[in-house]
Design a protein around this ligand. Structure first.
Ligand SMILES: Nc1ncnc2c1ncn2[C@@H]1O[C@H](COP(=O)(O)OP(=O)(O)OP(=O)(O)O)[C@@H](O)[C@H]1O
Length: 685
């Protein structure tokens, strides 16, 4: 029955290849796509008024005749198209901005329906950018009409007509697949009703119910899929059992500090996972500087001590080196053999290292992802530690689970993902949170200034350097072009070196440098040889130089809030008072607002929530990178309550029928499989 949904658009009467192509450009290829091409708004034609009845400031529908041919004229940066329109009770002007083609489409003497807001402008009554369509001769019943997002070759009329046909054709294919108990408990509309009414509602209430049901479905199917996958992994993986109970004392004794309570708690959660036969699949979420590295080292230590190998993958070469140095310091004293797999190794050395890994001559391998992904064979891999951007895909894990023994996987993230989002992104993982900073940290004092403060900022830099501290100066990547990113950091470094601080060493770090060069600079900065480092965001994640106390971010408006929070996290990592100066010349209100959030708060979770609130889910600190599935209707911020019931419902359905083997759940099961196989989750798998 559902085959009908997969039919191409040409199956719809009246849609030929060229119109199908126009739909294709709007992302609509099949009948199902068309049904899921939701209106962005509605026009309320029930509210058909005569011109004399109009209340200013409200959206209204009028039926009016175009008096004379519309005219285009320029006004500043805009092309304005203006038409006089009238009914029996009065006349007004309709105006459109930057849509000169309207002048050709609207015919003088014809009668149209116009829908839009009527306002008084320059002492004239005018309707701004109204939707319009030719009034049919036959008498029509007034209705609520959908307004779809348009692309150039499509009109509202074409889409409305096609959707009407598609709904008729789909008929039974939109049969309900949710158990009726769930529909009743959560007051959800039937699926068929939802599709019919989201497109052509009789009332706004019906449209609301339809929307709620379809948003529920988006969340529900996604949650069900993640839970199914988690369950599959839980049931089927035969994890490597690493018993570290009571064996960590000597490691802990060598640390220069006791673990924070949060670190202790998270470590014991990991220990529990490690000694269970089910493979660990855990995410550690910790704000910048909360001390994730030492927890990772404990994991590697435990694995090595129990006769397993461990791998830790870092997102950048700089970070891999830093972790490697830390591993040498913390693990080698216990006879644990550590090696670095880095892009800068010669092919010969690499082969040697591969051999050593295969024969278990090394216990812990630290590297960047590329190398680990090259298919390094481990003799006895017990634990894999990675970062969130490169978390093992679900598919990879399922594949690993198929083998005799699956490694334990620990994913670390410093991105303060709001909890609600974390549940969506990582619904297939267990989550541990490091919600405590090591003692002795004081907040990084943050200021936002414009270029008129340059001189003062330079003196501030000098003051910190004179006091023996170090400074980062971050330059933004400029407009996607890597060339210009490189240039701006390079130019600024030479300006600072030659003109402002000729007596001090100003280092330079950017992604285009060779790995050895980057290492050299990072090492020189870490050891204090370079007091001032001009860098691109290469230092964003994880770099740890506790003596650095001042960070200056140029063009701060170019960075996302969470990214700025990450960058700021490079200072304030030691005992000294630290500062962050956000430089921007932007006067835009939203930039000011965003900067103020950082000036006022140090709490990554709060910052992320605010970012989410200010921006909606459009591009919350690059969520795309996290593989967040695209929701068509759902908005993570506004629809949280629906997400919550979707989670409850998923729990309920799976508790009653864990394998979805009951006949009434058959369609649901198919839907989930389709979802997992299909495009929707592709990114996060
Ligand atoms: N319990 C602790 N007490 C005192 N200092 C600690 C503690 N744990 C970690 N540190 C120190 O805090 C600093 C930050 O730790 P680490 O680099 O592990 O942070 P992180 O969570 O990885 O941060 P980021 O996300 O910024 O990389 C390091 O200098 C580390 O030695």
């Amino acid at each position: 029955m559902e085959e009908i949904l997969r039919q191409p658009l040409v199956a719809i009467q009246g849609i030929g290849p060229s119109r199908a192509e126009a739909f294709y450009h709007a992302g609509v290829a099949s009948i199902e796509d068309l049904l899921n091409y939701f209106p962005r708004d509605y026009e309320d034609q029930r509210n058909l008024l005569s011109i004399s009845q109009i209340t200013l400031g409200e959206d209204v529908m009028i039926r009016a005749r175009v008096l004379s041919s519309p005219q285009n004229f320029r006004k500043g940066r805009y092309t304005v198209c203006k038409a006089r329109i009238a009914d029996e009770t009065g006349a007004l002007s309709a105006v459109w901005f930057n849509q000169p083609f309207i002048a050709k489409n609207l015919k003088a003497g014809e009668t149209y329906y116009f829908y839009g807001k009527v306002e008084r402008k320059y002492n004239q009554i005018q309707m701004s950018s109204p939707q319009y369509r030719l009034a049919d001769q036959q008498s029509e019943t007034p209705s609520i009409e959908p307004i779809y997002p348009l692309t150039t070759a499509l009109t509202q009329k074409m889409i409305r007509g096609a959707v009407k046909e598609a709904l008729l054709m789909a008929g039974d294919a939109l049969e309900e697949y949710l158990p009726s108990a769930i529909l009743q408990r959560y007051h959800l509309a039937q699926l068929g009703f939802a599709y019919a009414k989201i497109h052509f509602p009789d009332t706004f209430e019906a449209a609301g119910l339809a929307r709620r049901r379809l948003i529920f479905d988006e969340f529900f199917i996604q949650q069900m899929a993640l839970r199914q996958i988690k369950k599959l992994l839980d049931d089927e993986t035969k994890g490597q059992i690493i018993d570290s109970e009571g064996k960590d004392a000597e490691f802990l004794a060598q640390l220069r500090f006791p673990l924070t309570n949060a670190q202790k708690r998270v470590w014991s959660e990991i220990q529990e996972d490690l000694c269970s036969p089910r493979a660990m699949n855990r995410l550690i979420q910790g704000d910048v500087g909360s001390g994730k590295t030492v927890v990772a080292m404990l994991g590697l230590y435990a694995a090595a001590k129990d006769g397993y190998q461990g791998a830790m993958m870092a997102p950048t070469e700089v970070l891999a080196r830093q972790h490697f140095a830390e591993a040498i310091r913390l693990l080698e004293p216990f006879g644990i053999r550590v090696c670095l797999l880095s892009g800068s190794l010669t092919a010969k050395t690499k082969r040697q290292v591969y051999g050593q890994i295969q024969t278990h001559e090394v216990d812990v391998v630290i590297g960047t992802h590329a190398l680990i992904q090259e298919g390094v064979q481990f003799a006895r891999l017990g634990i894999v530690i990675t970062d969130e951007q490169h978390r093992f895909g679900v598919r990879q894990r399922v594949a690993l689970a198929d083998k005799s023994a699956a490694p334990n996987v620990l994913v670390m993230t410093a991105t303060p993902i709001p909890r609600t989002l974390a549940m969506i992104l990582y619904g297939d993982m267990d989550i541990s949170i490091l919600d405590e900073m090591p003692p002795g940290r004081s907040p990084v004092k943050t200021f936002c200034v414009d270029h008129t403060y340059d001189e003062r900022v330079y003196s501030f830099v000098r003051r910190e350097v004179t006091a023996g501290r170090q400074v980062y100066i971050i330059c933004p990547a400029v407009e996607e072009s890597e060339e210009s990113e490189l240039k701006s950091a390079v130019e600024y470094q030479s300006f600072l070196q030659d003109v402002v601080f000729p007596d001090l060493k100003v280092g330079l770090l950017h992604g285009k440098m060779r790995p050895e060069q980057k290492d050299e600079v990072m090492e020189a900065f870490a050891s204090g040889d370079i007091p001032i480092l001009v860098s691109t965001t290469v230092v964003e994640v994880g770099v740890n130089v506790p003596n650095a106390t001042l960070m200056i971010v140029e063009n701060a408006e170019r960075f996302g809030l969470a990214q700025l929070h990450q960058l700021r996290g490079r200072v304030g990592r030691g005992q000294h008072e630290s500062y962050c100066v956000l430089k921007t010349d932007s006067k835009q209100a939203n930039v000011r607002k965003r900067m103020k959030i950082l000036v006022d708060s140090q709490d990554g979770f709060y910052i992320a929530e605010e970012d989410l609130r200010l921006r909606g889910t459009g591009d919350v600190f690059g969520l795309r990178q996290h593989g967040l599935p695209d929701f068509k209707l759902a908005d993570l911020y506004k629809d949280l309550d629906i997400l919550k019931i979707a989670q409850q419902a998923a729990e309920e359905v799976l508790t009653a029928d864990p394998l979805l083997s009951r006949p009434e759940n058959l369609r649901l099961k198919q839907k989930i499989e389709q979802f997992v196989d299909g495009d929707v989750l592709k990114n996060s798998l």
